[in-house]
Design a binder for this molecule. Structure first.
Ligand code: NZQ
Ligand code: ZN
Length: 388
C-alpha cells in the first residue's frame, strides 16, 4: 500500500429493521429546533413522515419543515433552505430521503451561516467552511450515493449548466444515519437500479487507479461481487430483505472514504455523468451507466493489467488461451451483460442528450488526473459519441 493518509469517520450508523428506534436517543444530543428536510412526497406516501414527526414531537422538538428537495438539488433551492435554517436558528438538520436530500442538507449546513455566496465559495472556488456548521442527521430512503456516511454534497446550477460536487471534510459528515433497508422497498425500479449502478461506479472509480498491491482493491472486489449477486436477486424480488440490506451496506462502504485510502482514484465517469446531469437533469446513476462501457473501453489499454484482474477476480472470466486484451475485454462484456440484465440505461440519447450538447457536456466535465488516462476535450467528445 503506497501513500500516507489519515482516516476518521465520525458518522454513527444505526442499521436494520428497527433502526428508527434509535432516533430519540440521537435527538437528545442536539438542541430543540429541528429542520426537517425531505423531497417531493415519497415519505408522506410511505408513512415515514408521520412516524418521524411523531418521534420529534414526543421528544418536545420544535419542527421547521423544508420540503420539495428535488432530485439533483439546485442552487436556488439551497438559498431557500439557508433562509429557513438561519432565520430559525436551527440546531439540527434532519434529512429524510435519498442522496439528494442528504447532499442538500449538508449544503445548507455549511451555507446557512456563510457570509459569502455559497455557490461561489464552496462549488466554484472549492473553499472549506470557516463559519458555523449546523449538524446533520440522515434517515435514508434510497441507496446508492453513500451520502449517509460521507462529506459529498452535489448541487446543480441550471443557469450556468454546471453540476458540481464538493467533498467536505469529516466536520460536515452526518453526525448519525439511520439505515433501514425496508424503507427502500417503495423505490420505483428505475430509481432502485440507478442506485445499484451508482454503487458499482463509485467502486470502479476508485478501483481503476494505480497498479500497486493495495488492500483497498481486495475489499472493493468483495464489495463488487456482493453487489452483482444481490442486485440480481433484488431486481426479481424487491422485498428480499437479505439482498436489499446487503446492497444498502455495500453502498455505504463504497463511498465512505475507506476504500479510497492509498489510492489516487479516477472519478472521470462521474465528471462526465454530472455534466450530462447539468444538461438533462437525468437520474444520476443512469448518467453513469450510459457512459461507462465506452469510457472503460477507451481507457482499458492504459490500465490493461488492472482490467485483466477485474475480469478474472470479479467476473470469473476464463483466461485459457486468451491474450491480456481479450481477457480484459471479456470483463467489460460481462459487466455490460449484467447491466442489461438488471435494466440500466445504456446510451445517453435515452437521457435526452442531443448531438448539439456534446461539446458543452465535454466542456462541463472537469478533468481529473488520478485514473489510467488523463482525457482531453476531444477524447471526452469521442466517448460521448460512442455512448449515443
Ligand atoms: O423526492 P421524493 O418524493 O422523496 O422521491 C425521490 C426522488 O424522486 C425518490 N425516492 C427516494 N426514496 C424513495 C423514493 N421513492 C419511493 N420510495 C423511496 N423510499 O427517488 C428519487 C431520487 O432520489 P434522489 O435522492 O435524487 O436519488 P439519489 O439517492 O440517487 O441522489 C442523487 C443525488 O446525489 C448526488 C447526485 O449527483 C444527485 O444529485 N450524489 C451524491 C454523492 C455523495 N454525497 O457522495 C455521490 C454521488 O456520486 C452523487 O453524485
Ligand atoms: Zn455517484
Amino acid at each position: 500500500m503506497l501513500g500516507d493518509f489519515s482516516y476518521s469517520n465520525p458518522t454513527r450508523l444505526y442499521f436494520g429493521e428497527n433502526s428508527l428506534d434509535f432516533l430519540s436517543g440521537e435527538l437528545s444530543r442536539f438542541g430543540n429546533k429541528i429542520m426537517l428536510v425531505y423531497g417531493n412526497g415519497s415519505i408522506k406516501k410511505s408513512g415515514l413522515y408521520d412516524n418521524v414527526l411523531k418521534i420529534l414531537k414526543s421528544n418536545g422538538k420544535e419542527v421547521f419543515e423544508d420540503s420539495g428537495v428535488m432530485p439533483n438539488p439546485t442552487v436556488e433551492k439551497l438559498y431557500e433552505g439557508c433562509k429557513i435554517a438561519k432565520e430559525n436558528n436551527v440546531d439540527l438538520i434532519l434529512a429524510v430521503g435519498g442522496g439528494s436530500v442528504c447532499d442538500y442538507s449538508k449544503a445548507v449546513s455549511v451555507s446557512a451561516w456563510c457570509e459569502e455566496d455559497p455557490w461561489n465559495k464552496y462549488y466554484l472556488k472549492m473553499e472549506e467552511p470557516n463559519n458555523k456548521i449546523i449538524p446533520v442527521g440522515c434517515i435514508l430512503t434510497m441507496v446508492g450515493t453513500g451520502s449517509e456516511m460521507n462529506g459529498g454534497s452535489v448541487i446543480t446550477n441550471h443557469e450556468t449548466k454546471l453540476k458540481i460536487g464538493h467533498v467536505f471534510g469529516d466536520n460536515v459528515f452526518p453526525k448519525f444515519s439511520i439505515l433501514n433497508p425496508i424503507l427502500t422497498y417503495t423505490l420505483p425500479k428505475y430509481q432502485m437500479i440507478a442506485g445499484f449502478f451508482d454503487i458499482m461506479s463509485h467502486i470502479l472509480e476508485q478501483y481503476f487507479s494505480d497498479f500497486d498491491d493495495n488492500t483497498s482493491d481486495y475489499i472493493m472486489e468483495g464489495l463488487l461481487k456482493s453487489l452483482i449477486h444481490s442486485s440480481q436477486i433484488a431486481v426479481n424480488e424487491p422485498e428480499n430483505y437479505e439482498a436489499r440490506s446487503n446492497i444498502m451496506w455495500i453502498a455505504t462502504w463504497a463511498l465512505n472514504t475507506l476504500v479510497a485510502k492509498g489510492k489516487s482514484t479516477d472519478w472521470m465517469v462521474h465528471m462526465i455523468g454530472q455534466s450530462i446531469g447539468a444538461y438533462t437533469d437525468a437520474t444520476h446513476g443512469m448518467t453513469l451507466s450510459a457512459v461507462s462501457p465506452a469510457y472503460y473501453r477507451y481507457i482499458m489499454p492504459y490500465g490493461i493489467e488492472k482490467f485483466k484482474r477485474y475480469a478474472v477476480n470479479v467476473w470469473n472470466v476464463k483466461t485459457d488461451g486468451k491474450t491480456d486484451k481479450e481477457i480484459a475485454e471479456d470483463g467489460i462484456r460481462s459487466m455490460e451483460g449484467w447491466m442489461r440484465k438488471i435494466g440500466l440505461v445504456m446510451n445517453i440519447r435515452e437521457l435526452g442528450v442531443t448531438d448539439d450538447m456534446l461539446d458543452g457536456i465535454a466542456k462541463g466535465s472537469f478533468i481529473k488526473t488520478g485514473g489510467y488516462k488523463t482525457l482531453n476535450h476531444d477524447e471526452i467528445v469521442d466517448i460521448l459519441k460512442a455512448s449515443m
